[in-house]
Design a protein around this ligand. Sequence first.
Ligand code: PNS
Length: 159
Amino acid sequence: MGKIAVYPGSFDPVTLGHLDLIQRASLLFDNVIVAVTVNPSKQCAFSLEERVAMVKKAAPRSNRIRVESFSGLLVDYVREKKACAIIRGLRVVSDFEFEFQMALMNRHLAKTVETVFLMPDERYTYLSSKLLKEIARLGGNTSSFLPKAIQKQVLLKLQ
Ligand code: PNS
């Protein structure tokens, strides 16, 4: 069996930054599972089902990339999938503190699971789903950051 990585997140909604990371991860691992979940410290604009459906629509069609959802502890899900790595994106220094804390906590919970940090293309270093939603709600142009396949659905919901 090849090497499997899990790319977890809220994906509320999925952005071109996330797709950039999925693409990069798929060059490093045999299989990438994009795992949509509930972040207890975030209030999502889209339901879990909507978020999964949007990632499925926007993600590259490849039999090495799968989109799923999970609830509960990330490390339990990673072990269940027999994955060896968790993929997380690092955009700016301010991401680092929380990501570092999560990576070490996940390592404490599951010794053999590594977190692999990938940096997105520079175009997406200042992008976040949170800012994107705010701009969309206020009628700004989000077309450089939203995958084409979900643009209509996102704007319909937020505007
Ligand atoms: O896209 P996000 O919201 O930054 O992703 C955060 C996420 C979903 C990866 C994190 O909240 C998470 O891992 N949630 C699952 C519950 C869990 O395992 N928590 C302990 C983390 S150390």
